[in-house]
Design a protein around this ligand. Structure first.
Ligand code: GAL
Length: 662
């Protein structure tokens, strides 16, 4: 039983004479896994078809001799200059037709047959040489697929998009139907006329945009699958991963996750943002949900500062440890960094490493060594699953793409709105899964649907049945508005959830935003929730069977329902027709989950103190910079303290067990 600890190791960035020193330091920090070779293509294949593996052989052997395992990258993330000089058509193009140039990284069109042929030739070489190397325990396919190049509109994409559409629709008539091309004279006569949705004079066809997002995400998945097939053919026993990037809009990880052997995430919360612990918790809960509750890996984080925000501050004392333990508490079986040794030159020289420019005599290195020791103390958690969540937020990439496509009553920030509803669950330490609407719902007692704009009939029916059986549901405005093709149903809004919710939507009345003329909020009055102000949205709704919990007070919607609840079968469904303030959102969520009998992991902890359970381990993490006292039963594996009450300083944590000391 051992938790993984380590980071990206780029031996090509230091002279070979330093490698032994690197390894000595890794051992000192208890590093047991390193990701090698992510950006090494130009060194591994300096000229077309000429491979130089000597340096990689030597470092892999050294790492193995030191007992450090390797997550070996396929090295396809950054094609070498010679490839784009010989084949400029491998470079991606944006919607304006502007081609990206080499000189950075990820300069490839994901559907370029030439890029795919060259990258796969390299992967084959790598697999044949290293798939049985004893150091290699994981394959790291490509890197952060789509991080920089996710929507490519170039000639290769045009061909691939057509093929994708042909496979999806079969006939051009069907495409015309789904894309509703009778509108604005967009009818196609043949697939050969269809193109990626480049810059156009006015709004582009929304169904085309949605399909292009799907296609582009699929194209990145195909890059992954193509490489995976090659490494698996040589040795099927080595698990394969590629690093996700949290809730990353361009790539549909809900479709991607079933294809990786191990879910892994890269996570760079901003130390300046007070919401960072919550946003990180959301990403971790998403990863745990993507892996079906099984452990996952935190594959990249920063030991201190990053280099890509306008201002990049370092983590405060204890913060890196608190955020690392948070990942473990929410299912991570390993904590890794980008990167082991901070680079001395290049675009990332001011991105922290485990070993900073200031070397061993540094606060960052000391914190890295301490974390290595901490992870050893809690190694019994390895492999343990989190307890089953009873609350889920229904979260869907396709709904995200569709709702943010523009030409809507108001611009919606889907992720931001989801976070508003996640927040009270996070703050109350209620464990929550982040799942797709088609996910099995049996284990859940409460479902939250913030702005689930796109919803299939089948999923709506299953969600309504969930309520009928006794489940509790909270849905907000702009839920169930369109089907998978971005069409509004003949029957109107709410797609099959009307009787569960017991309301009928007559009309939308978006509220002004920012500097726009008009009211940006509306008063809402409620005896049970208290009065509050709604923002972003109001609606003209009528209740059919629901009871009115809160009413708009003012504007044209004066007196109309703003929040409703409806008994449906053995369950209850809430509808919220505006964006309440945080306090009211918390009241709604708290009431619903308590009615459903859903308990927090630990009730009543001081604000900013997190609790999460994995197997027989209870994690308590103080995410604030003030000391707190926590009285919870158990022995703390980190400090060795036998029992509470526990004083927790800023960013300190407990990992409690009731098991006897072994
Ligand atoms: C990731 C990437 C790493 C490194 C890191 C810096 O997106 O995978 O290679 O660039 O960001 O934060």
């Amino acid at each position: 039983m051992v938790l993984r600890y380590g980071g990206d190791y780029n031996p090509e960035l230091t002279p070979e004479s330093v490698w032994d020193e690197d390894i000595r330091l890794m051992k000192q920090a208890r590093v047991n896994l390193v990701t090698v070779g992510v950006f090494s293509w130009a060194l591994l294949e300096p000229r077309d078809g000429e491979f130089e593996f000597g340096w990689l052989d030597r470092i892999l052997d050294k790492l193995h001799a030191a007992g450090i395992a390797v997550d070996l990258a396929t090295a396809t993330a950054s094609p070498p200059p010679w490839l784009s000089v010989a084949h400029p058509e491998t470079l991606p193009e944006d919607m304006f037709g502007v081609r990206s140039w080499p000189g950075s990284r990820q300069a490839y069109a994901p559907t370029s047959p030439i890029y795919l042929a060259y990258s796969r030739r390299l992967v084959r070489q790598m697999a044949e040489r290293y798939a049985t190397h004893p150091a290699v325990v994981l394959w790291h396919i490509n890197n952060e697929l789509g991080a920089h190049t996710n929507l490519d509109y170039g000639p290769a994409a045009e061909v691939a998009f057509r093929t994708w559409l042909q496979q999806k629709y079969g006939t051009i008539e069907r495409l015309n139907e789904v894309w509703f091309t009778q509108f604005w004279s967009q009818r196609y006569d043949a697939f050969s006329q269809v193109r990626p949705p480049r810059k156009a004079p006015n709004w582009r066809n929304p169904a085309q945009l949605l399909d292009f997002q799907r296609f582009s995400s699929d194209a990145l998945l195909s890059v992954f699958l193509g490489e995976k097939e090659i490494v698996k053919a040589v040795n099927p026993d080595i698990p394969v991963l590629t690093n996700f990037i949290g809730a990353f809009k361009p790539v549909n990880y809900q479709q991607f996750a079933p294809h990786v052997d191990l879910v892994s995430d890269d996570s760079y919360p901003d130390p300046l943002d007070p919401r960072s612990p919550m946003l990180a918790a959301f990403a971790r809960d998403l990863m745990r949900s993507l892996s079906g509750g099984a452990p996952w890996l935190l594959l990249e984080q920063a030991a201190g500062y990053v280099n890509w925000r306008p201002v990049n501050t370092t983590k405060r004392r204890g913060q890196m440890r608190a955020w690392s333990l948070q990942a473990v508490s929410r299912g991570a079986d390993g904590i890794m960094f980008f990167q082991i040794r901070q680079s001395r030159a290049g675009a990332e020289k001011f991105h922290s490493g485990m070993l900073p420019h200031s070397g061993e005599r540094s606060r960052v290195w000391r914190s890295v060594v301490e974390l290595g020791a901490d992870l050893e103390r809690i190694s019994a958690v390895e492999g343990q699953r989190a307890t089953e969540s009873r609350v889920a937020i229904l979260f869907d990439w396709e709904a995200w793409w569709a709702i943010e496509e523009g030409s809507k009553p108001t611009p919606i920030d889907y992720y931001e709105n989801v976070i508003r509803w996640y927040q009270p669950l996070y703050q109350a330490n209620v464990q929550v899964d982040i799942i797709h609407p088609s996910h099995d719902l049996d284990q859940y007692s409460v479902l939250v649907l913030p702005n689930l704009y796109l919803l299939s009939e089948a999923d709506a029916t299953r969600i309504a049945a969930f309520v009928q059986r006794g489940g509790r549901l909270v849905a907000t405005y702009l839920t169930g508005i369109v089907d998978e093709n971005d069409h509004v149903a003949e029957s109107g809004y709410l797609r099959g959830l009307e009787s569960a919710l017991g309301v009928w939507i007559d009309d939308f009345a978006a509220l002004a935003k920012g500097a726009q003329a008009g009211p940006t909020s509306v008063d809402v009055t409620s005896e049970t929730l208290g009065d509050f102000r709604g923002t972003e949205w109001s609606e003209y709704i009528e209740v059919t069977t629901a009871e009115v919990v809160a009413r708009f007070c003012g504007l044209d919607v004066d007196g109309l329902p703003a929040v409703t609840r409806n008994r449906h079968g053995a369950g209850e469904a809430w509808y919220v027709a505006t964006m309440p303030d945080d306090r009211t959102i918390a009241r709604i969520i708290d009431g619903v989950r308590r009615d459903a009998g859903v308990a927090a992991v630990v009730e009543g902890l001081p604000g900013g103190v997190e609790a999460a359970r994995r197997g027989d381990h209870l994690f308590i993490i103080n995410q604030t910079d003030a000391g707190v006292v926590v009285d919870v039963p158990g022995r703390d594996l980190l400090s060795g303290r036998a029992q509470g009450p526990f004083d927790l300083g800023p960013f300190e944590a407990l990992v409690l067990t009731d098991r006897e000391e072994s």
